[in-house]
Design a protein around this ligand. Structure first.
Ligand code: FE
Length: 213
């Protein structure tokens, strides 16, 4: 027989109320409700956009581009020369990648992307940007103390590896091409794309692992 535990119920109640959405989430919800109420947009349209960016576009598109660059030196050269033209070969051009610059990690250089002003991000190939990318702390600290930020992401960067921080704008977005991990010789592009993490294409992840696929 079950009994009603009022203390437990009160605890649950408090717990649920402690998980109210953040101010930003509430503001977004308010704007969404107003736009729907005024007939400017249908709720299904909003759902479809969110689903497209979170489930279908990113970060798989970016991973596909990186995998191709690992397998095809001529494509990599085109990508580094002109990112926008190169991703057009996949039909991936779109909002926020009209001007895309790809930057390649090497043994002695690590690249990291930020938008110090707001939250510019290559949505059409990486999908929704993570919350931390938009945070004031990341935006300020990525430029001031990139090595400390990288350490917090678990990237242990040797002192002799230089860090280059790229500040995005509405006109220019960046894609980091991480290094291809050892042990992936002979892999096809699909298998390679599966081990490319979103953070590695922003630069807050560096060493990818063959075992991750
Ligand atoms: Fe921005």
């Amino acid at each position: 027989m079950s009994t009603f535990d009022s203390k437990h119920a009160a605890g649950l109640h408090r717990h649920i109320h402690s998980h109210l959405p953040s101010d930003a989430a509430l503001r977004v919800k308010t704007l969404e409700s107003l736009a729907v109420e005024k007939g400017l947009i249908a709720p299904e349209t909003i759902d479809a956009w969110v689903e497209a960016y979170s489930e279908h576009i990113g970060p798989m598109r970016g991973a596909t581009v990186v995998a191709r660059a690992w397998c095809d030196p001529a494509f990599k050269a085109r990508l580094l020369e002109n990112g926008t033209d190169a991703i057009r070969e996949f039909g991936f051009e779109g909002n926020a990648t009209g001007h895309l610059k790809a930057v390649e990690n090497t043994d002695d250089t690590h690249n990291m992307v930020v938008c110090t002003l707001c939250s510019c991000y290559p949505f059409s190939i990486l999908g929704m940007s993570p919350a931390w990318y938009k945070s004031a702390a990341y935006r300020a600290r990525a430029v001031r103390e990139p090595r400390a930020v990288l350490a917090e992401f678990g990237v242990d960067l040797p002192e002799d590896v230089a860090v280059r921080v790229w500040d995005s704008t509405a006109e220019l977005r960046y894609l980091v091409v991480p290094q291809r991990p050892a042990g992936t010789e002979g892999w096809d592009e699909e298998r390679l794309a599966a081990i490319v993490t979103r953070n590695s294409m922003i630069g807050t992840d560096r060493v990818l692992r063959a075992g991750a696929a």
